[in-house]
Design a protein around this ligand. Structure first.
Ligand SMILES: [Fe+2]
Ligand SMILES: [Fe+2]
Length: 290
């Protein structure tokens, strides 16, 4: 997680019929699309927070990481806003949800205090970091048979979220390290925000997919969304411990995900990460994937 690059990748625009991108687990693609809808607006908020915090940070390593996280998130935001346009086209009910998230984050970026900007960003980045690790660990289950562009986009995003997962935490620690309760409170606030935004987007999506016509199917799809959010919340419990650091999270210490290591190495060697299919991923990881 130390000294990471900015990778200015550009993904081709995807049409609405490709958005249920996982054929092995369609409900996962809809869940992740729902969770992701508001994320590019958070990423713009993060950039405002990190730029403001940079003025107060003196440590050269952290300053370098702040510049890199700003660069990575700017490219995430740009590419995911393009996906949002396709999502709104496929699910017209999302237009208002998308516009509200955009306006809310833009306003808060202007009005929040520095402590709130950095605290909320650190709390929120807890979940992008954990989601990154959980998603990459389940690559075989969710990405084995999937749309190549959206797979490449998600793998890139999740690898970088894991890579820069400690930066916002370290910025908060550098500025407000003694305010441990506020850090924990911001983790809870961010969790509630993510869950609320995900449900707001998920319901019109599963309706449009026709998954609510059968009440039992509708119920099972809602339960899937709730179970995924609970899984993320459960993974966040160690974050509430005193003395927590992202590098010591059990998910980060128990196994270094081979996909993120192989992907980063392949990209650094000049490999075309936009064209990694399932076979190529097995080849660069050096092991058969499920
Ligand atoms: Fe991101
Ligand atoms: Fe991030």
């Amino acid at each position: 997680m130390d000294g990471f690059p900015v990778r200015p990748l550009n993904f081709e625009a995807v049409s609405g019929d490709r958005l249920v991108w996982s054929r092995t687990c369609p409900e996962f693609s809809v869940f992740l699309n729902a969770l992701a809808l508001h994320v590019p607006y958070f990423e713009r908020y993060l950039i405002v927070a990190m730029r403001a915090a940079r003025e107060q940070v003196a440590e050269p390593g952290l300053l370098r990481d702040i510049t890199a996280i700003i660069g990575q998130e700017a490219h995430h935001s740009k590419n995911f806003i393009q996906v949002n346009a396709a999502l709104v086209q496929r699910y017209p009910g999302l237009a208002a949800v998308d516009a509200q998230a955009k306006a809310q984050f833009a306003e808060r970026a202007q009005t929040d205090s520095l402590k709130r900007l950095v605290g909320f960003t650190a709390g929120y980045e807890t979940f992008t970091f954990l989601a990154g690790m959980i998603i990459l660990q389940n690559y075989g289950k969710w990405f084995a048979d999937s749309d190549p562009v959206l797979k490449a986009l998600w793998v890139w995003h999740q690898v970088e979220e894991v890579e820069h997962g400690a930066v916002a935490f370290e910025v908060y620690h550098s500025l407000y390290g003694e305010h441990e309760m506020y850090r924990k409170w911001m983790v809870v606030v961010a969790a509630c925000h993510i869950a609320a935004e995900t449900f707001k987007a998920y319901v019109p999506m599963i309706r449009r997919e026709g998954w609510t016509r059968n009440p039992l199917k509708g119920l099972s799809r809602m339960a899937f969304c709730a179970s995924m959010l609970l899984r993320l919340a459960a993974a966040a419990l160690p974050v509430l411990r005193r003395g927590y650091h992202p590098r010591q999270h059990p998910l980060a210490t128990s196994n270094q995900n081979p996909i993120q290591i192989a992907w980063r190495r392949y990209e650094a060697e000049g490999g075309d990460v936009l064209a990694i299919d399932h076979h190529k991923m097995s080849e660069i990881v050096g092991a058969a994937l499920p």
